[in-house]
Design a protein around this ligand. Structure first.
Ligand code: BES
Ligand code: ZN
Ligand code: ZN
Length: 499
């Protein structure tokens, strides 16, 4: 695949995609298209309403060559995620029949004033549309052969430079997203904690950030007791992955600590889960994946930020050695924890990850991401991640980034009233109240006990949004939720610092 960017339509391009929002000036767009194709504008109007993901094909002849224009509907006021998804599903559905030389045209007054976000989103979407979830099939789909197309972005001359940068960014995001999809979609037998650690080491070496992996023995020596307790039932050892990114040169505008839940499979432990949907628990490392992807992207973009990524990773399995409901365990922080429910394991490993990050790096901002509770899915569905924070300013910035990227968050309370649910008779805290009401909130309250009173902490419960329905498969699959949002958040901090 080759991508180029130009300010005119070149003759070899056989088909152009023209993305169109419903609320754009359709009159102008259709009259320009009518001119190009020699078709009456009313006819185009009649057959194409620019609804989300609507596709209409037009034909025209140029230099004795028959060509196609695909009008691609984006719906009303599309956000970047809508543009991305429209392109992604367009390519996914048609990849077998698309011509080799494909253009995306912004020459019909069909892009916003500054087309950079659309260019980035369309390139990201075009490339992700080729994503194939059938990693372990012995016979690959034949249409894959046809995927090696050349894509040309046509844009007005004055936008050439911004569009070129946006284009590179879209390409970089797509490659990282595909990597992250593969990790999250991988079954647990192909995704042990060691395999996650190997991925991080490899990505760090390739993109220029530091990765340290602490093994089982070191985890014991360090005293990551909560992580050890979750790992007790597993034949695969745990790993504690610490990533650190600094730009190769120049000023740094802040230090961000990211902690991701890396449970490679959650059976529930002895508080075992029902079997119907248990296979989805291979994606219980969606938080870790978001942290991996964000570190990799930050390094690719050389963001002027100091970023620390911490991923405690383990399986939560059933065994004679497994931690039992009622067991009292320790933690890196020092507090004792009564494990009422072994299925509330994410908060245990995060507790150690959070304390470690604060004590060793003391970041300006501390953010954790985790597929933490079914309660959050029941509350927000697949439309937003749950956001919990002790800092209003941080919430505002994260919400803005969420809106801009379409990776939305919705704040839920952290009132101290909820803390009493976690009072244990025998230990400093218990990991579950026994009361399923407000489960996402009590989980967040549990984490709060382990952040060492950090003043700018945000917890994101991404259980509902880390895997979702999509064109890629009949089952839910990875979304990469969090990466675009966190990068956008950090870019906002950088812009503010520079202003
Ligand atoms: N990994 C699950 C949360 C989850 C559920 C993620 C469904 C994605 C889809 C988590 O470890 C868990 O089991 N949480 C329990 C906590 C409860 C026992 C307090 C839950 O939400 O039921
Ligand atoms: Zn669980
Ligand atoms: Zn879990």
């Amino acid at each position: 695949m080759q991508i180029t960017i130009s300010h005119g339509e070149t003759s070899k391009t056989e088909a152009f995609i023209v993305p169109i929002a419903q609320n754009s000036n359709l009159d102008t767009i259709f009259s320009l298209l009518a001119e190009k194709t020699n078709l009456p504008a009313e006819l185009i109007w009649n057959d194409f309403k620019a609804t989300s993901r609507e596709v209409q094909t037009l034909y025209f002849t140029e230099n004795n060559q028959s060509k196609r224009i695909y009008l691609l509907g984006l719906g009303e006021s599309p956000r970047s995620i809508d543009v991305l998804n429209a392109f992604r599903s367009f390519v996914f559905k048609r990849k077998a029949n698309l011509p080799v030389n494909l253009g995306v045209s912004f020459l019909y007054k069909n892009a916003p004033e500054n087309p950079a976000t659309w260019v980035e989103a369309s390139v990201n979407g075009l490339l992700l549309g080729r994503y194939d979830i059938g990693l372990y099939k012995t016979v690959k789909k034949t249409e894959d052969d046809a995927l090696d197309f050349n894509i040309e972005i046509n844009i007005a001359e004055e936008h050439f430079v911004t569009a070129s940068n946006a284009f590179k960014k879209g390409e970089a995001f797509a490659a990282t997203h595909a990597e992250i999809f593969n990790l999250v979609n991988a079954p647990a037998n192909k995704k042990t904690p060691q395999i996650l650690a190997d991925w991080a080491v490899k990505s760090g070496a390739k993109h220029g950030y530091n990765v340290k992996v602490f093994d089982e023995k070191q985890i014991h020596e360090m005293g990551l007791h909560a992580l050890i307790s979750v790992n007790r039932g597993s034949e695969n050892p745990p790993a504690f992955i610490v990533m650190e990114y600094l730009p190769s040169s120049g000023k740094v505008h802040g230090k961000i600590g990211l902690v991701g839940k890396g449970v490679t499979f959650d059976t529930g432990g002895l508080s075992i889960k029902p079997s119907t949907n248990m296979h989805y628990m291979k994606s219980d490392m969606g938080g870790a994946a978001a942290v991996f992807g964000t570190l990799e992207m930050a390094a690719k973009l050389q963001l002027p930020m100091h970023i620390i990524g911490v991923v405690p990773t383990t399986e939560n399995s059933v065994d004679a050695f497994s931690t039992k409901p009622g067991d009292v365990i320790g933690s890196y922080q020092g507090k004792t924890i009564e494990v009422i429910d072994t299925d509330a394991e994410g908060r245990l490993i995060l507790a150690d990850g959070l304390t470690y990050t604060v004590r060793h790096y003391n970041p300006d901002v501390l953010i954790d991401l985790a597929t933490l509770t079914g309660s959050c899915i029941r509350t927000l569905g697949t439309y937003a991640g749950g956001l919990f924070s002790n800092n209003d300013e941080l919430v505002d910035k994260l919400n803005l980034a969420g809106e801009r990227t379409g990776e939305r968050l919705w704040r839920l309370p952290l009132w101290d009233d909820y803390r009493k649910e976690l009072k244990s008779d025998v230990a400093d805290i218990k990991n579950f109240s026994g009361n399923p009401a407000a489960g996402a909130i009590t989980a967040a309250k549990f984490l709060e006990d382990f952040i060492e009173k950090h003043p700018a902490w945000a917890h994101m419960d991404i259980a509902g949004v880390a895997v979702m329905d999509s064109e890629f498969s009949s089952q839910k699959s990875a979304t990469g939720f969090g990466i675009r949002m966190l990068i956008d958040y950090m870019e906002g901090l950088i812009d503010a610092a520079k202003a």
